[in-house]
Design a protein around this ligand. Sequence first.
Ligand SMILES: NC(=O)C1=CN([C@@H]2O[C@H](COP(=O)(O)OP(=O)(O)OC[C@H]3O[C@@H](n4cnc5c(N)ncnc54)[C@H](OP(=O)(O)O)[C@@H]3O)[C@@H](O)[C@H]2O)C=CC1
Ligand SMILES: O=C(O)C1=N[C@H](C(=O)O)C[C@H](O)C1
Length: 263
Amino acid sequence: MSAQSPLDPANGSSAEPLRVGVIGARGRMGAEVCRAVEAAGDMEVVAMVDAGDWLFNLADAGAQVAVDFTSPEVVMDNIRFCVDNDIHAVVGTSGFDAQRLGAVSEWLEQKPELGVLIAPNFAIGAVLSMRFAELAARYYESVEVIELHHPRKVDAPSGTAAHTARLISQAREAAGLGPMPDATTQEAPGARGTLVGDVRVHSLRVAGLIAHQEVVFGTEGETLTLRHDSLDRKSFMPGVLLAVRSIARHPGLSVGLDKYMDL
Ligand SMILES: NC(=O)C1=CN([C@@H]2O[C@H](COP(=O)(O)OP(=O)(O)OC[C@H]3O[C@@H](n4cnc5c(N)ncnc54)[C@H](OP(=O)(O)O)[C@@H]3O)[C@@H](O)[C@H]2O)C=CC1
Ligand SMILES: O=C(O)C1=N[C@H](C(=O)O)C[C@H](O)C1
């Protein structure tokens, strides 16, 4: 990443390094985050917590920001711990719905100075692609989302696909669009994917892949396909570091890294 990138603002400050705790530190993403934070220069890893470890290690080590890449089953407990212990939380873990977001917002009412970021995807191309999809939604009568991931992923559809579909669905509703054309009356279970809002999402799990998504729009005589590919988990790191650097300036709950960017 070049020093000029808007995702990598020159820090220039001589302040003490930001104290970062990583939850899920031995996982695929957590390990990459530990390396990226250590390489960054303006922050340091003060606690690495994984399954079976004591979350209080974060507080004991004086972590100012925790980065969570764990699993949908445990992430709510981790956020609750961070809020209770005055630690900003940068959360990449998937599995959030309106109910979970509502719960986090309620916890934060007691801690108005604290920030929690839930980011379905930290890769810049994925963030842009979600925004582009939201913009395109009102111009097309049809749209479906296809997400493709490595087969070790535990959740389907992906958090990114669910968030993308929700944004599109909300934009369609705001534009007053009616139901999408679809003559299907006979369907093998799963053949038409799952519905998020009024948008169908299809999940592929294929060895060799990392994280990929296509949003296919269509209307009379034309289609538009937005495709993003993460070919390496390093693609998520500039976004994670941006979030760690920015979260103290964004109190409350933010959903999506775009909230920290000038989009
Ligand atoms: N927002 C984004 O840009 C991205 C989000 N993700 C999301 O991040 C999450 C993690 O993905 P990935 O790194 O591939 O998964 P991994 O399974 O590789 O890593 C998760 C790690 O968390 C550990 N863990 C489980 N329970 C706890 C707990 N209670 N406390 C601390 N650690 C725990 C796991 O340990 P054990 O294996 O022993 O259970 C494992 O080491 C997923 O939800 C994924 O969808 C992934 C990539 C990018
Ligand atoms: O599990 C993954 O790998 C990923 N998970 C996130 C998601 O569920 O959207 C982000 C990215 O797609 C990689």
